[in-house]
Design a protein around this ligand. Structure first.
Ligand SMILES: [Zn+2]
Length: 245
């Protein structure tokens, strides 16, 4: 297996047209190969992730339970480990930063992101931590599961033929989210503020995190315990899909 391949497909890897014998500027078909909107050639070339991280993420992808794996493979999802989010993803988004994060921080403090309508989940092995500078991220697995949770949210809506973009916007999930979160008062409202964002963002983040929690992980590691107590209804729905035959 080529070491230059960093993009990890959940299903079969889409193959580019036959590699031209001589690369020239005119071989657009090859250069512009973008399965599911992903510029695979560029992503494989520019990710600076270490070989160990890539191998760990390959194993993680292999451990995705059958149903979500099938649903995401059908939709077309790939996981990309990067050194940090400046490697190669920022250009696809413009200067935006991540949801719920301060825009002026750029991507320094963000461990992962899900882009291109859920077709690409990105996880960084390095993040900047306030007052500690750039540092190895301790929760690469948890972040990867969380970002894949966003991909699953999208893929599931397509698989089920829903008229919403993501499953987390269905009345079923919205109700569960409302019931789980409406009881939060005081410190819980700030502890879980990321999952209480308005306009569907809260539901989306809760679904992605529940997906991670079903695997004993969390984008925020402590959620692997805290969500059991505080998001029981959302978690039950996520679990029902994860466990599906
Ligand atoms: Zn998220």
């Amino acid at each position: 297996m080529s070491l230059t391949k960093k993009l990890i497909w959940l299903g079969e890897e889409p193959l580019p047209p036959a590699e031209p014998r001589f690369l020239s500027y005119f071989q657009w078909r090859y250069k512009r190969f973008r399965p599911f909107t992903l510029p695979v050639r560029r992503l494989n070339m520019t990710s600076m992730a270490r070989a160990e991280t890539i191998e760990a993420m390959r194993q993680l992808v292999n451990s995705i339970p059958p149903y979500p794996r099938r649903v995401m493979a059908q939709y077309g999802v790939a996981l990309l480990p990067v050194h940090d989010l400046w490697d190669d993803t920022h250009y696809m988004l413009g200067w935006g930063g991540g949801r719920g994060h301060d825009r002026k921080d750029g991507y320094d403090y963000i461990g992962g992101i899900c882009v291109n309508d859920g077709h690409l989940a990105v996880v960084a092995e390095t993040v900047r931590v306030r007052d500690r500078g750039w540092t190895r991220q301790e929760n690469v697995d948890g972040i990867a599961w969380h970002e894949l949770g966003h991909s699953f949210d999208r893929a599931l809506a397509a698989w089920l033929g829903l008229d919403v973009e993501v499953f987390s916007l269905t009345p079923e999930f919205h109700e569960a989210w409302l019931e789980d979160t409406s009881v939060f008062v005081g410190s819980y409202r700030s502890q879980f503020s990321y999952y209480l964002q308005p306009d569907g963002a809260g539901e989306s983040e809760a679904f992605a995190e529940c997906f991670a929690v079903t695997q004993g992980k969390g984008g925020l590691a402590s959620n692997s315990k805290d969500f059991l107590e505080h998001f029981p209804r959302c978690l039950a729905i996520a679990r029902s899909f994860v466990d599906k035959a």
